[in-house]
Design a protein around this ligand. Sequence first.
Ligand code: OGA
Ligand code: NI
Length: 335
Amino acid sequence: MEVERVQAVASALMTAETIPADFIRPEQERPAITTYQGPAPDIPTIDLSLPDRESVVRAVAQACEEWGIFQVVNHGIPTELISRLQAAGKHFFDLPQEEKEAYAKPPGSQSIEGYGTRVSKEVNGKRMWNDHLFHKVWPPSSVNYRFWPTNPPNYREVNEEYTKYMREVADKLFLCLSLGLGLEETAVKEAIGGEELEYNLKINYYPPCPRPDLALGVAAHTDLSTITILVPNDVPGLQVLKDGRWIDAKYIPNALIVHVGDQIEILSNGRYKAVLHRSTVNKENARMSWPVFLEPPEEWVVGPLPQLLSPESPPKYKAKKFKDYMYCKLNKLPQ
Ligand code: OGA
Ligand code: NI
């Protein structure tokens, strides 16, 4: 086996009371110390089925300005389909290790696709309590079925069906983001790739962890994406930084959690904020989540929308190719 999987580390530690030192976070990052304990506001929840479009637009815009994240209910994706998506992903992670390794990200691959485990790049970097599977789901020309599990046998059908519905939700959200900026309905989607926009699905698997007070599933970050549309399982763990406090996202069955990513913050010249978030882990239960990162093609240039700029409102971000933005962020270089 090329890479040490966290799932294997976790199974070996089932009855242990500690975790390896390379998973232990410095105090200022430990969830037990840094999670806000007082009464806190909830992440906004938006009902996408309300007939009054203007109030939906206002709610989306306000959530993106104040939080950079919101939950969506009545989004039109059938509940039963979300359950099948979750069951298919869980089935894959419950397979024997060798079967999962058949989908491993090839060593040296430049693409993120495949079954993977992050090994930290920082000098004093700590490992995250997470394994994952990444594969593109849209557009069809970008899809490589080599990284789609064939077990369970319905994996492909379920994921394609989910993608079909999720794209409709995404289009509604982009429309709201455009109108919320006072622009034409299609302005945001066109500026981030139009029909070439890529949909990258990640399945996060956070095994049970003997010391959830010391580890993190994913460390604090903003997503590189335009927006990220995430379905969690029923094990809580997502936290967002709001007004300097780490707040738990409430679990709402069947809701979608929408994150504003870096590209929408740039496009809106800072009006909409990319949300800083992280994920904690659980002692008894495996946590899972299914984020889909909506990203421009690599060569696509993203910068502040010219319609939003004026002498009083100069650009706050550089325009650059998405691949160059990604390179700088992943290598921790200035943008
Ligand atoms: C991510 C992420 C959060 C979660 O994978 O980028 O932020 O709830 N995941 O799993
Ligand atoms: Ni994220």
